[in-house]
Design a protein around this ligand. Structure first.
Ligand code: PEP
Ligand code: MG
Length: 910
């Protein structure tokens, strides 16, 4: 008979066999326990069952072959190490069975403590503990029976799905009978009685006795931990945190140590630095005579860790030594859980600790100073989302403020002010020095002045790329959009939320980071990091650890990055601010934003012109205004490239609303007034009315349909560049044509533009580039042809996403994205972070084919994604030359471009 050699899969690792790099297999907790064991630190002995075993179990509902034997073998060696046997009636070894996935999922999965206790071993435990347990809390018997009742409670709930409240009620009943609220007042007899009550509850729900066989307890507990990977709350948590669903959890089986054996025992948590500020020092809490779960339950108050020095100097000194060692070893902030059992210190857990955004920067800077990490690593350890958080003013929420509504955090920051419902009122009140919050159902370009005047913007409709959101982000202004619990009534100047009416002039506070809306004024603190970027805090001369760390890490990011960072700016003021924030040019100047306010009428007349004379008059009036706009920007950006996009408004933004116009005409007719002019206007607006303005007459289409419009803009750009250059500054204009889908469109515009440029520029030395946006899928797919006519491409990822997915950018986020996110169709809105597989593929194709046709083709991106951290990494990978984003996101893009370079191009020795 042929023998078949079977190589047994290894499912169980002793702590001595693992290390910190095996998180995939051993989970975070198991890998770090192994690491500490191998460092020679006092870790209770134990072993880890791998995530592979969990996955195999979850796939089949059975433990995989060999697992039971491997557990038996490791249990035997654990028993030898402890010189005790699991559940031994005389001197039982007890174990904890703890979950531990690759990524921390706090409280989401299960733990069972005290496995190995039964009706007999509880007596042995009491005998072993006698003489050492604290008499004040009921002595050794009390300790043993309390441990047993905890096992039945945890096991019943976790392993056998007995409703937890039943145990809690039974405990309450015993306390009530005793006339106390405090668990510690219960003595051994009370707890013995409670064990009986718990066993009855267990029997009632499971139809069986509480298992007395220790190995059966262990096996069932292990299964329960495996299964807790798919518990509803764990699934939801993973979805929210974007943790993959197929990782599985490891299970750690660890010899129990007890912090509740008397005053010489206790339990605590510690951080090697302050996770709030990053400051060095000793941070932690300690609770004498307690187990970890008591700390969580808040039964008694903890004391600061420093108190331990007085209570148990030896353990304290040892702990401090271990903390220093762990920091040096992990080269990072560690958090730690420990227990002291009768004066002996045990380490129960460590991991690289979570921290606030400020602490992340400060700690990274400190570790560089201490020589533990280099600047590349420091850059890797912070991220753009953290920097963004640090750049916005925050609410000081130490008082009890309850939000009344929650919308989309569309543009971060914190703002309080008087509610206004119209742009005009916002401007009026702001002029009186009031801080105002502009509240609208949704905003449109007419609200621009009000948005500028307001401290914050609140809308009840629209998503992250709605008009309000995009414009607010561009201005760095706080905005909450799509807060649909708010019913806005503009004519009556009030809104209703949660049954309360808020009138014009009442104060509200909006948090653009969380999307929360508060009634009344919540105090606000400004950002020091912005003050630093603005140049009002000098990192060399102020004693501010955060600002110094940000300065240092940003300087390194700039030194390392391959992507240039430009800004989207339409005014001199925005351009100036973006320069202070480190922008190296303008990647998108949206000229339609220059046609609002007073000039709107000129554009309306242009669009509705009945003859050449009318049209030319409008264009002639617009030309000097545009020229002045461009001069201001070119001067501000002296020497840096400025991409000016020819006008691209959806037409409806510039025409009077059809319904309103129709009503006005009807009313006037009714009154017998002369309405010939209004009727003509109405007819024109009807003619131009579009069902889908976003897919209608905009961008290059408008330029081709309305004679002279683009020509006027090209002339204004060229003339402004010449004027600025003649005055001694350097203008570097790049003219960009929007919404091109076919090379013929671009060629037509370009031919006309080149003639005008040649005529205006003459021998001034000004060089004007002509390129196009790539924002229509067809343009991406025919990029090779389009590159023949373009000196640069700039990806308009807002429209490319809109047209790539067929999602209306103004509507869908508020309408149904919640469902898509819930279903996991995507983890984040594709308008926020680039969809690599779909829209990203279009970008890759266009970049490759464009460069193949024209190797010197400049490539950039100017959609909202240009300032999104993940997307910046993608643009780096694709090999773009620059990203362009709103001024406030420029530092974030610089940082992420630096990180992308370090991560994909590898470290250098700087
Ligand atoms: C874009 O579509 O990504 C873009 C930058 O243009 P706009 O947002 O102005 O349509
Ligand atoms: Mg666009």
């Amino acid at each position: 008979m042929a023998t078949q050699e079977t190589v047994e899969h290894k499912y169980v690792y002793d702590f001595a066999e693992g290390n910190k790099d095996l998180k995939d297999l051993l989970g975070g907790k198991g890998a770090n326990l192994a690491e500490m064991t191998n460092l020679g630190l006092p870790v209770p002995p134990g072993f880890t069952i791998t995530t592979e075993a969990c996955k195999a179990y979850l796939a089949t509902g059975e433990e995989p072959d060999g697992l039971a034997d491997q557990i038996a073998a490791h249990l035997a060696s654990l028993e030898r190490a402890m010189d005790k046997r699991l559940g031994d009636p005389e001197d039982p070894l007890l174990v904890s069975v703890r979950s531990g996935a690759k990524f921390s999922m706090p409280g989401m999965m299960e733990t069972v403590l005290n496995v190995g206790l039964n009706d007999r071993s509880v007596q042995g435990l009491a005998r072993q503990a006698s003489g050492s347990a604290d008499q004040a809390t009921g002595g050794a018997d009390r300790f043993a029976w309390d441990s047993y009742r905890r096992l039945i409670q945890m096991f019943g709930k976790t392993v056998c799905e007995v409703p937890g409240e039943e145990f809690e009620h039974a405990l309450d009943d015993v306390k009530q009978a005793k006339g106390t609220h405090n668990d510690l007042d219960l003595d051994a007899d009370d707890l013995r009685g409670l064990v009986d009550a718990y066993k009855k509850i267990f029997f009632k729900h499971t139809g069986r006795e509480f298992p007395q066989e220790p190995r059966e307890q262990l096996d069932l507990a292990i299964r329960a931990v495996f299964e807790s990977w798919n518990a509803e709350r764990a699934v939801l948590y993973r979805r929210q945190e974007r943790i993959p669903a197929d990782l599985g959890t490891a299970v750690n089986v660890v010899a129990m140590v007890f912090g509740n054996l008397g005053p010489d025992s206790g339990t605590g948590v510690a951080f090697t630095r302050d996770p709030g500020s990053g400051a060095q020092g000793i941070y932690g809490d300690y609770l004498a005579n307690a187990q970890g779960e008591d700390v969580v339950a808040g039964i008694r108050n903890t004391v600061p860790l420093q108190e331990l020095e007085r209570l148990d100097k030896q353990s304290y000194d040892e702990l401090l030594g271990i903390m220093a060692r762990l920091e040096g070893h992990y080269q990072d902030l560690c958090d730690i859980e420990f227990t002291i059992e009768r004066g002996k210190l045990w380490m129960l857990q460590t991991r690289v600790g979570k921290r606030t955004a400020a602490a992340a920067f400060v700690i990274a800077g400190q570790l560089v100073d201490e020589g533990l990490i280099d600047l590349d690593e420091a850059l890797h350890r912070v991220n753009g989302a953290q920097l963004a958080q640090l750049m916005f003013p925050r609410f000081r929420l130490d008082h009890e403020f309850q939000p009344v509504a929650k919308g989309i955090g569309a543009s971060p920051g914190a703002a309080s002010g008087k509610v206004v419902f119209t742009s005009a009122r916002a401007v009026e009140l702001a002029a009186e020095g009031e801080s105002v919050i502009l509240v609208r159902r949704e905003t449109n370009p007419d609200d621009l002045n009000g948005m500028i005047a307001a401290q914050g913007i609140l809308t009840s409709r629209g998503g992250k790329t709605s008009h309000a959101a995009v414009v607010a982000r561009g201005m760095g202004k706080t905005c909450v959009s799509g807060a649909d619990e708010i019913e806005v009534n503009v004519p009556q100047r009030r809104f209703v939320v949660a049954g309360q009416t808020v009138n014009e002039g009442d104060v509200v506070s909006v948090d653009g980071t969380t999307g929360k809306v508060y009634l009344g004024e919540v105090p606000v603190m400004p950002s020091e990091v912005v003050q630093y970027f603005e140049g009002s805090l000098d990192p060399e001369h102020i004693d501010n650890a955060l600002v110094r760390a940000v300065h240092r890490i940003m300087s390194h990011a700039d030194a390392r990055r391959r992507l240039a960072v430009r800004t989207n700016a339409d005014t001199g003021a925005d351009a100036a601010r973006a320069r202070r924030f480190g922008a190296e040019g303008i990647g998108l100047c949206r000229t339609e934003h220059m046609f609002l306010g007073d000039r709107r009428e000129l554009v309306e007349r242009l669009i509705l012109a009945r003859d050449n004379a009318e049209r030319e008059a409008s264009l002639a009036a617009l030309l000097p205004l545009q020229r002045a706009d461009f001069e201001e920007i070119f001067r501000e950006m002296d020497g840096m490239p400025v991409t000016v996009r020819l006008i691209d408004p959806p037409l409806h933004e510039f025409l009077p609303p059809l319904e309103q116009l129709a009503v006005n005409v009807a009313v006037a007719q009714e009154r017998g007034e002369d309405v010939a002019q209004e009727e003509a206007l109405l007819a024109a607006v009807r003619r131009m009315h579009e069902e889908n303005p976003m897919l209608g007459l905009r961008g290059v289409r408008l330029g081709l349909v309305i004679p002279g419009l683009f020509a006027m803009q090209v002339r204004a750009i060229a003339e402004a560049a010449v004027t600025v250059t003649r005055s001694g500054a350097v203008a570097r204009p790049e003219i960009m044509v929007p919404l091109v889908g076919a090379v013929q469109e671009l060629e037509t515009v370009r031919a006309e533009a080149e003639k005008i440029i040649a005529e205006v520029v003459g021998d001034s030395g000004v060089e004007v580039l002509i390129g196009t946006m790539i924002e229509v899928p067809r343009a991406a797919l025919t990029a090779g042809q389009i590159a023949e006519a373009a000196q640069f491409f700039s990806f308009g990822t807002n429209d490319l996403t809109q047209m790539g997915w067929g999602f209306s950018r103004d509507d869908v986020e508020g309408a149904f994205f919640w469902r898509y996110l819930e279903l996991g169709i995507f983890g984040i809105s594709p308008f926020e972070s680039i969809d690599r597989d779909g829209v990203g593929r279009l970008i890759r194709i266009a970049a490759e084919e464009g460069r193949a046709a024209r190797p010197e083709l400049k490539l950039g991106v100017c959609g909202e994604h240009g300032g999104d951290p993940d997307s910046v990494h993608f643009f780096h990978e694709v090999g773009l030359d620059y990203v362009s984003c709103s001024p406030f996101r420029v530092p974030v893009a610089r940082l992420e471009a630096g990180r992308a370079a370090v991560e994909t191009d590898g470290s250098d020795s700087r």
